[in-house]
Design a binder for this molecule. Structure first.
Ligand code: SGN
Ligand code: CA
Length: 524
């Protein structure tokens, strides 16, 4: 049915003689996934070759692939706040998912574009606590949202939906595009929930990989030696942290009886077979990795299919020439590297988000760059593309020259990273650090056991060894330390964290609430 609609659309477009009224300011289609690792985008050519993503890759083949798009604070809400504001967490006020609420009164790029005459829409995952501002239309999943039949929120209240969240997000985005005023440019933020935990694929896709056995990452059995103890202290391992829901031994929420039947048909016999084997230790981790990859990559497959639909719509509407198409994810993700899932760390897999940009007339097809860019630069890029001034207090820089293949000589050579959320969930120590092309210096703090690590990506690309204090590294460490201090001043990082920054306050509130609930339940 969806294919038929697109066939008709294409025929319709042949008769659509609107070139004369085409706006000259470019449209922007921003497709943003949740937790989509670059290792699971085939354009990045990772050696495991986990999946083919031909539609997402098309954006890279017709535009630019960024190999070092670094996020400032690798979790969801904070990254989204950075994208909207072009500012670090300590300036936009959104530090963590646990207790931060986005102040929607502050300046964001969608607001500035809306005020300048752009039509603006936000569909899918928002996850910022407050309602979206700066959009003519918005329809968002609730918080993290759910995969099947997700309730959504609009300016007029909660609405029910039926189907798979990735399809729904695309369909709503396309519906809005079809309703748009063709005489004005648009900004569409199409933000998928997938492939976020619990990694539930679209039901017709469950057997999509035909039982493929996935290559394991080199570091699946990392023992966390040769680094500060903070690295081992987290709780996001395939060995210990993974739940029955993650591994599909319990049903995901809100499926219809028919959906449940389909789900059971796939998972039940496979679950029964593995339970019989009584796996333990490394064998169990290996099995979990395979189930994880099946589910996670199944979610990615569906995103790729939906990116294909979006591209075909834009093509059928004759919008490819005057639309900037961006594919990215809120942050990177571990696909078993270091034995982990999740993100948060300054290490490569979570620090780096995939970023592919197609901007005809500016970016040459099939180009790649290793320039250090960031989600901090997105707002500035979009404002620049729209011909709007970039507010002086935004902290990134327009990517236009990089996209044009001419990175300015004074482009950033070092990047400041700062993660706060602690202890829940996953007990990743707060840390900050500096990242250059070759080195990383990281300070862990706030857990009562402060420490630091120095990584040399050239000698140790998997970040398994801290060179701090080792011969030949004293000068490098001193230089990085000096640069961190300078960057903290330039970026206006407060000496002492705002009490709202870690999750500790929220944890206290949660404990108080739980105690009160317990008491109330006993009294009943
Ligand atoms: C949930 C997940 C965590 C994940 C956070 C943040 N647990 O709490 O694993 O780190 O979201 O994700 S779950 O059991 O509820 O899936 S983020 O993408 O919003 O930052
Ligand atoms: Ca995320």
């Amino acid at each position: 049915m969806r294919a038929l609609i697109f066939g008709l659309l294409f025929v319709g477009s042949i008769f659509n003689l609107k070139a004369a009224t085409e706006p000259t300011r470019p449209n922007i289609v921003f497709i943003f996934a949740d937790d989509h690792a670059y290792q699971a985008v085939s354009a990045y050519g990772e050696s495991r070759q986990l999946i083919q993503t031909p539609n997402i890759d098309r954006i890279a083949h017709e535009g630019m692939r960024f190999d070092r798009c670094l996020v400032t604070n690798s979790i969801c809400g904070p990254c989204r706040a950075v994208v909207l504001t072009g500012k670090y967490s300590h300036l936009n006020g959104f530090y963590n998912n646990t207790n931060s609420v986005f102040n929607g009164a502050q300046t964001t790029f969608p607001k500035l574009m809306q005020a300048a005459g752009y039509q603006t829409a936000m569909v899918g995952k928002w996850h910022l606590g407050s309602d979206p501002t700066g959009f003519d239309f918005w329809q968002i999943i609730l918080g993290q949202g759910i995969y099947y039949n997700p309730p959504m929120k609009t300016a007029h209240g909660i609405v029910k939906t039926s189907g798979y969240v990735t399809d729904i997000t695309t369909d709503l985005s396309l519906d809005w595009l079809k309703r748009r005023d063709k005489s004005r440019p648009f900004l569409l933020m199409c933000q998928h929930k997938a492939p976020h935990r619990e990694w539930s694929p679209n039901l017709p896709d469950l057997d999509w990989d035909h039982g493929r056995v996935y290559p394991e990452p080199d570091t699946l059995f990392d023992d966390y030696s040769h680094r500060d103890p903070a690295v081992a202290a987290n709780d996001m391992t395939l060995a210990k942290t993974i739940t029955k829901l993650d591994m599909k031994f319990v049903h995901p929420p809100n499926m219809t009886p028919e959906q449940t039947k389909r789900w059971d048909e796939y998972y039940e016999p496979r679950n029964a077979a593995v339970l019989k084997q009584n796996l333990t230790g490394a064998d169990l981790v290996r099995w979990r990795y395979q189930r994880y990859m099946h589910d996670y990559l199944g979610c990615v497959k569906s995103i790729d299919d939906n990116v294909g639909l979006m591209l075909r719509y834009l093509e059928a509407e004759g919008l490819m020439e005057n639309t900037i198409i961006v594919y990215s994810s809120d942050q990177g993700f571990y696909l078993g590297e270091h034995g982990w899932f999740d993100k948060r760390w300054i290490f490569e897999e979570s620090l780096r988000a995939p970023l592919l940009v197609r901007w005809p007339g500016v970016t040459k097809p099939n180009t790649t760059t290793k320039t250090i860019v960031s989600n901090l630069d997105f707002a500035e890029t979009f404002l620049d593309a729209a011909g709007l001034p970039v507010p002086a207090d935004m902290q990134g820089r327009s990517l236009r020259p990089v996209l044009a293949g001419a990175t300015p000589a004074d482009w950033r050579q070092a990047f400041y990273y700062h993660y706060y959320e602690y202890p829940e969930p996953h007990h990743v120590s707060p840390h900050y650090g500096i990242v250059t092309e070759r080195y990383k210096l990281v300070h862990y703090y706030g857990t009562g056991a402060d420490g630091a690590d120095l990584f040399d990506l050239e000698k140790d690309p998997h970040e398994l060894h801290s060179f701090r204090g080792e011969p030949g590294y004293a000068e490098i460490e001193a230089d990085l330390e000096k640069r961190i201090k300078q960057m903290r001043v330039e970026l206006k990082v407060p000496e002492k964290d705002d009490p709202e920054a870690t999750g500790e306050l929220a944890l206290k509130r949660m404990e108080q609430r739980q105690a009160a609930n317990k008491k109330a339940n006993k009294e009943k």
